[in-house]
Design a protein. Sequence first.
Length: 193
Amino acid sequence: MSKVPYASTIGSLMYAMVCTRPDIAHAVRVVSRFMSASLKLRGYVDVDFVGNIDSRKSTTGFVFTLGGTVISWASNLQKIVTLSTTEAEYVAATEAGKEMIWLHGFLDELGKKQEMGILHSDSQSTIFLAKNLAFHSKSKHIQTKYHFICYLVEDKLVILEKIYGSKNPTDMLTKGVTIEKLKLCATSICLLA
């Protein structure tokens, strides 16, 4: 029995429940109570700046894990054209922050209340801007709605932490990567053993 991957199984059931199976919500909540490992919500976010050569829009990628198992992810073109890597990463952090807030509420409804989630970004300038919002020539043009990440950090709803780009699993969601990098990304979020 000790070799049964409970966290992975519960994560898979949560995903099925969110996407297509609301009828198993109660069972998932009850079963998840008996997991021995603590469930910590973690997020990872990255951007491929101006990745789309036609529209000049950047690609946002984020992935969230619970107890090491992937429960949510996205890879989308941003809705606006950004002027710098920092701005693109800032917009992506806001989008990931919104997803994290939703996941907090969802887990709370399942009886798995989370303290603060950790959102990992490989952009030191984005982390600095989110923690110390200063309007100056390089950031004053950013649309107000993208400053939501500052509110989340200030109110301690999200902890924004640095992760080295070489260890960020969201690279596989934003750009073409080598087989070795793909395996590293997938292994780091428990998609591969």
